[in-house]
Design a protein around this ligand. Structure first.
Ligand code: NAD
Ligand code: MG
Length: 392
């Protein structure tokens, strides 16, 4: 049997580690090409040795010597820096997991598509920044794009055998994150530690905070539009605190197909890994009688302005998604560093969008990788200026 060649971009993170957990259970079936990480050199080297990877890459250009030392005697190549990430992603592979966090995942993801690999996309930021670019690159190189975000995997599964013309709406669920029940007046005082703990999902710190602010769901609404090509008014967000139903697809005969499962990313990762087959996975089997009931409510727009901003970004079109994501990443850096309050993040993002919209140029530029990167950089600079001014 020929082994499947796979690479994992962002191997040291939460999605990367869950992917490795699945791969390790059947290591003989895979030939691991590249693993990438950033600051976590020890983890990267340990995994590269365990999976007998061809090459390990750290995004951090200053850590090449550390990575070489950690891989000494293994025969595994070491490389460092952004260009090395894309070079690793361009090495021939059958399946590539895109699990870098942030817009930094866009160029390596494109490189993987250009060499024709199936790209399992956890990095939702790539679709938000450069949806058309990603989809066109996939089409041009006859490469497949499979969703890994739990909601999008759920929608994808609910659509098997269906006609998109029969789809009336797509409902993605949101747990509500850490603060769904807090009094609104307390939100500005939410601390980093409070925002970094999620009631249901164990994820990287950045997406956990984005879940509390609903910026994660805002990105996912745009991701839904890009991936499934549906109009914004067909996409709904539903708060569902138990995180058991991940998404529902509504059809024009009134039927709703719901995807139900435990909050464990190994389901969506495993589905993308084995697609089009459905193989056995080591996830909990839900006992619905023991769970008893599931609850739902409409999202509170005053609590979560990010959801309104996502609608404005979709209406604006062009490169507004790249600006939105970059402003969000910079505001999140500001919150993590203690320079911004929890609620100020959305205010900064809105200001960046308003300023760059008024300036026109970048948002209206054609969608190319260079223009996306330029809009991203300008949005980050604009956000940093706003954050500095607020700090006075
Ligand atoms: P994480 O922070 O745990 O891991 C991020 C990975 O990216 C690490 O390997 C890190 O070394 C690497 N990285 C960080 N900065 C980088 C940079 N500038 N350049 C290159 N590599 C860099 O994040 P995560 O929670 O695993 O999320 C990864 C992606 O998957 C994100 O796009 C996130 O939105 C998405 N996602 C995550 C989950 C989840 O359950 N964790 C669910 C759905 C979608
Ligand atoms: Mg999700």
């Amino acid at each position: 049997m020929t082994r499947r060649r796979i690479s994992i971009l962002g191997a040291t993170g939460s999605i990367g580690q869950n992917t490795i957990d699945l791969i390790k259970r059947d290591l003989a079936a895979y030939e691991v090409v590249a693993l990438t990480g950033a600051g976590n050199i020890a983890q990267l080297a340990t995994d590269a040795r365990a999976l007998r990877a061809q090459v390990a890459v750290t995004a951090d250009a200053h850590r090449l010597d550390d990575l070489r030392a950690a891989l000494a005697g293994s025969g595994i190549e070491a490389a460092a820096g952004q260009a090395a990430l894309s070079e690793a992603a361009a090495r021939p592979a059958d399946w590539v997991m895109s699990a870098i966090v942030g817009a930094a995942g866009l160029a390596p993801g494109m490189a993987a598509l250009e060499q024709g690999a199936t790209l399992a996309l956890a990095n939702k930021e790539s679709l938000v920044c450069g949806g058309t670019l990603i989809l066109e690159t996939a089409r041009k190189h006859n490469a497949r794009l499979l969703p890994v975000d739990s909601e999008h995997s759920a929608v994808f599964q609910a659509l098997v055998g269906e006609d998109m013309a029969a789809v009336e709406r797509i409902v993605i669920t949101a747990s509500g994150g850490a603060f769904s029940d807090w009094p609104l007046a307390d939100l500005p005082n939410a601390t980093l530690a409070q925002a970094s703990s999620h009631p249901n999902w164990d994820m990287g710190q950045r997406i956990t905070i984005d879940s509390a602010s609903m910026f994660n769901k805002a990105l996912e609404v745009i991701e839904t539009r890009e991936y499934f090509g549906v109009e914004p008014d067909k996409i709904e967000v539903l708060v569902h605190p138990e995180s058991m139903i991940h998404a529902l697809v509504g059809f024009h005969d009134g039927a709703l197909m719901a995807h139900v499962g435990p909050p464990d990313m190994r389901h969506a990762i495993g589905y993308a890994l084995h697609w089009p087959e459905r193989r056995a996975l080591p996830v909990e089997r839900l006992d619905l009688a023991a769970i008893g009931s599931l609850t739902f409510r409409a999202p509170d727009t005053a609590r979560w302005p990010a959801l309104r901003l996502a609608r404005e970004v979709m209406a604006r079109g062009g490169l507004a998604g790249a600006v939105f994501n970059a402003a969000k990443e910079t505001a999140l850096d500001g919150f993590i560093a203690g320079h911004l309050s929890f609620t100020a993040m959305a205010e900064v993002v809105e200001q960046v969008l308003t300023q760059m919209d008024a300036a026109g140029g970048h948002i209206d530029a054609q969608m190319t990788l260079d223009n996306v990167v330029a809009a991203d950089h300008l949005a980050r600079r604009t956000a940093r200026n706003i954050i500095e001014k607020r700090a006075g």
